[in-house]
Design a protein around this ligand. Sequence first.
Ligand code: NAD
Ligand code: MG
Length: 396
Amino acid sequence: MKRSITILGATGSIGLNTLDVVRRHPQRFSVHALTASTSVESLAELCREFLPRFAVMSNPDSAKALSLALSDCPHIKVLSGKEGLCDVAGDPESDTVMAAIVGAAGLPPTLSAVRAGKRVLLANKEALVMSGRLFMDAVAESGAELLPIDSEHNAIFQCMPADKIRDTRGAGITRILLTASGGPFRTFSAESLRSVLPEQACSHPNWSMGQKISVDSATLMNKGLELIEACWLFNTTPDFVEVHVHPESIIHSMVEYADGSVLAQLGSPDMRTPIANGLAWPERIDAGVAPLDLFQIGKFHFERPDTERFPCLRLAAEAYQQGGTAPAVLNAANEEAVAAFLDGKLCFADIAVIIERTLEQVEVVPAESFDVIFSKDAEARIIAREQIALLSAIQD
Ligand code: NAD
Ligand code: MG
């Protein structure tokens, strides 16, 4: 039986890599729906190639433009807004949803796919970070098959017995070794971090990714979000997960067992590997990834992360420990600070300052419902924006 795939965030880095794998296996996969935010031309082009039943633009004006652009393709129905995204994500006609929208905007449609009990390929880590327990409870309730696409979590998943991913101690696992590239500023001094530019932050040494996650990799917030993601996916706590900076990005993470064995998953830094793993699981398919040449790589290096220069990793671990709505506040403040940095309104080192101040000012409450999460997300964004304005007024 063919898998019928919906891709949330089809025009992004993960979305395009997913379509590249899908393109190689027309007998295995068909495309049910593609979504994007505002990139009308890219989505129109993808629609012409993959002929989905639905195309969704979250921006209503962009949806109108897409309808016009696809007026000669009457079999593709164009929808718009958050409602359109949630409708296609939960549509019973498709069985697999790639959650690859960036940021908090991805939570509602990802949740819709989870509640509909689909195979959910999770790239959109922010959705899980924000809503942790509620998200995992929804997975358990619907019987959705949640598979990690983040390369580290996919590596950890591959190094664990498939029936014990939420019972690590029962599986004899003693530690998760979460690898990190260290980002483009790994060797920069605290002083020189103040003057780095968005272009530098967005050119990652090993991975080609969207802008937001590139900045997150540079601040190590990406590793902080991934630490939280690992805790929820593998039902564990931060003390069980140790971050190892590994600048070559060849070992995508490791799992240590009670007998001293450490299992690792290695590969070229190419997201098509975890994507193909999730799409075809438990089978293995060609992903178009270059074979690993260890002779050429020669050496692997490992360092401890420096949370003095990169405080975001510490802030994320603290937010997880605090619990309740703290991770949602952390995530919202980070999204606002990263957007301001990319916009030239905030210096790189102040991203962490904004997050810390926002966490101090927004009261943490129990994460009782998704409504509470969304209202804390909104509150945190207001505070973060005020703090950004304050800092830039001082610097002007
Ligand atoms: P990207 O910026 O390249 O693409 C984002 C996609 O989401 C685009 O299709 C865009 O149209 C859509 N989008 C953006 N804002 C939206 C909104 N408000 N509403 C609806 N759609 C919106 O991002 P990316 O690098 O592909 O990352 C996507 C997700 O995958 C992120 O959560 C990221 O952390 C995660 N991830 C990415 C990589 C990677 O290699 N790029 C690796 C691991 C995890
Ligand atoms: Mg990752």
